[in-house]
Design a protein around this ligand. Structure first.
Ligand SMILES: [Zn+2]
Length: 182
């Protein structure tokens, strides 16, 4: 941040008192612009051991497959955020879900939280950010067309353990370059 959002004076990179990292600090009013990781929340949903994937209608990775997910908003819980994204993007609602995977991506300062649910039917309703929804068995997954590494890891973990265990198990993983998820 170049200018203070509080008083519009120039910001300077310094380590504030009682801190140990460089921060953007206002030279005039002392406002400190703390930058912290963003939370991504989403849902991996299955029906008859097939998982719901949706095709992105927006950049980045337009026309690549992913699970419904997005940035958590202020004033919502992790699960509320995940369910909101899933409803907005693919129209699923009224289901129980359990935390399935926490995925840290330190180099871009993101933490992803994916909830798992077993759907009672295949009803979907796609929103403007998505152009297609489909259900895939492990053999049908279009690995070359999966939007993000985190999603490839997520899908792999689900098929590794199956729907019964997915309800009871939580993975806590961190991005590594070697990991492709396949
Ligand atoms: Zn200021």
């Amino acid at each position: 941040m170049k200018f203070c959002s509080n008083c519009s004076n120039p910001m300077e990179q310094i380590i504030p008192d009682d801190d140990n990292r460089l921060r953007d600090v206002c030279t005039s009013c002392g406002y400190i612009d703390y930058q912290n990781p963003k939370n991504i929340v989403g849902v991996i949903a299955s029906f008859n051991e097939k998982i719901l994937l949706c095709k992105r209608n927006t950049e980045p990775r337009k026309n690549y497959w992913t699970v419904p997910a997005g940035f958590m908003e202020n004033n919502e819980s992790l699960m509320d955020g995940a369910k909101r994204e899933a409803f907005e993007e693919v129209g699923i609602k009224d289901y129980d879900a359990s935390l399935f995977m926490i995925y840290s991506v330190p180099h871009i300062s993101q933490v992803h939280f994916y909830f798992y649910t077993e759907l009672k039917n295949m009803n979907t309703n796609i929103g403007p950010e998505i152009n297609k929804v489909d259900f895939f068995s492990f053999d049908e997954i279009p690995w070359e067309k999966i939007a993000f590494n985190s999603i490839a890891v997520l899908i792999s973990k689900f098929f590794e353990i199956g729907s019964k265990n997915a309800k009871k198990q939580t993975f806590n993983l961190t991005f590594s370059k070697e990991r492709t998820g396949k």
